[in-house]
Design a protein around this ligand. Sequence first.
Ligand code: GLA
Length: 753
Amino acid sequence: MKTRNLLFVAMACMGLLSPMHAGVLKVETPNTQLVLDATEGQPLAMLYYGDKSATLEDISNQQSAVSNQMSAVYPAFGDIDMIHLPALQVQHAGGDLSLNLSVQNSEVRSQINYDELCVTLRDKLQPVTVRVYYKAWKNVDIIETWTEIEHQEKQPITLKRFDSGYLHIGEGDNVWLTHLHGDWAAEAVVTHEPLTRGLKVIRNTDGARNAHLDAPELMLSLDGAPEENNGRVIGAALCWSGNFELRLNAPNNSGIHFYAGIDPQSSEYVLAPKQVFTTPRLALTYSTSGMGGVSRAFHKWARSCGYLHNGNATRDILLNSWEGIYFDITEQRIIDMMNDIAAFGGELFVMDDGWFGDKYPRNNDSSSLGDWVVDMRKLPGGLQALTDAAKERHIKFGIWIEPEAVNTVSELYEQHPDWALQVPGRELKLGRGGTQLVLDMTNPKVQDFVVNMVDDLLTRNPYISYIKWDANASIQNYGHVGKGYSNNLYIDYHLGLLNVLKRIRAKYPDIVIQNCASGGGRANYGLMPYFDEFWVSDNNDALQRVFIQWGTSYFFPSNAMAQHIGGSPYQMTNRVIPIKFRCDVAMSGRLGIELQPKHMTDEERLQCTIALADYKSLRPVIQLGNLYRLNAPQSYQPVSSQFAPAKQDVAALMYVTDDKEEAVVFAYSLSNFMKQAPQRIRFAGLDPEKVYTLEEKNIRVQYNHDKNAWDAGTPCALHGKQFTGAYLMSVGLILPLCTEYTQDFPSRIFYLR
Ligand code: GLA
């Protein structure tokens, strides 16, 4: 790595060595640029973030005409004017709360895949240093920003606010915010709202998980109501797994001021002299092709820049035992399920919760977490018998653990009650099952325990190739034994967790690890660098899954999204959904099955077998292709169309390969009325010049009365037909959905070649 330490060198290597623009720095991605004024001795200011059409002259001419468009890059308390909130606030030992930061120097490190700019700021009075980083990727339009805070004061200082980044959007009053909120079993609900004057705060204070209620990502549409494929949109994702705060402030006519970072509430961080505090990365993108452009940038960045473990690999098709047998694990039941998934053509079996506990068997959720030994009453042959059975059936084997948790009813808790987070002297607040606590991941002994437990499991059972890592509790007991109340707990918990994950990944880079937290409670880019996928939701109702997966796809790529075919009627909603629709909905991401195969009808078995076979041939396109969301479910349209019960509500999306040679289209009808007006779907992302042949996939099975059995179905009339990319994108197709069905929830999958 080349390190150059002078401003003029930085400018030279960025092609900006013009005396007219002394102090101007720029970082670039293929289609975007971020321009700063880093004049020595002056505050670091942002001049521009947007596409590359703007020249430096354009930018400075615009600046000169509008007085309030120039903004400090990292506004610090003590330096801010009335329109800014602080992105940084420290308290020095004597109580002084202020900083006056100015540029000391800057440096650029150029690597093959990115340029990294670091501007060092110094306080004018105290020995406090802040380094502001921008890492610009050369293959994708993402710029990551973060800061390092360090001081040489005699006493510790307190960080009272320490955002990762700040962005000024100098637009008028028609900026729309898109963000996700939700709950357990109802994750990633999309909200589109116009930003009005005043402060809008999005935050999560769960402590351990940060994506169930409000998620650490957002989009800002600069041209009014968001559109899928048009308009200027900024996307932001805070790469952090703990509490966060995203603030959007529109105090006056100066536009939108966006701040993102760790939530400082109950987390003021005490920083010792010379200790470096590094804020989490804030990934920013800017697209001129709508929300879809932002999503595709995040997906590509996750896959190819290390933000999704093994991001460019496809994932196996699995059967998970949870909703099929819950805690009722026996060796026979597990082996039966392995037979079933092998017969369907699946590739992996995952044994979920319920396999462990010696003194306290895990028969329900009120005991045993922490006791990671096989319950030999349920599994007399141990894990060995199961992994041998998997090997014989040519399928892989995976296992569920919840390493950061303990039940008060467990041997671990009896031996180490002090390893659980708790406030000494106060009554424990207990979570799931009435006995669950969170382990103190800041404690090095607990970190070793977790690393060794995973290591032991994988060393003793080398055939295990997949781990489902769950986290089902929030931090409710805010304290540690020995340390009592600690300002740093909410943050150090996650630094401890990251340390554990890094150690595990160093030894086991190839184990597939699923990130689960009561469903999608930990879908964030703080953790995904260590995980291959995440459990999108505990809710497997295919109708609600269309919505949950729709929202999740705004920021996360399809090979990271675990989507399972659930049972019907579905236990949470009691909804009856045909197997064809359930398969089609699960097939748009990483496909799996989660039900008791024994209870399936012949129709369901045949449809599943066809779905799995077709999925294998489509998998590279679905899991690694570029996503185009075509038609949002009606209630997710940013400007709601007039409600008309006779109009079909169709959700449609597609994946297209980089070379535009292949694509897969999914269309789901969410309403089914007689004589509904059909919905025309315009495709996207194709080559207008190319001619595409449509092939229907996962064709609905039909009953053969001659054979008295279920049989392969007949494809619809579009099967085998050819269309130009231009026609498919500008005119679009009316897909045969309701018209040809006599069943609720019609859906279709087409392969385009
Ligand atoms: C959580 C997970 C589920 C399942 C259960 C097991 O709720 O989200 O998928 O693993 O725990 O207890």
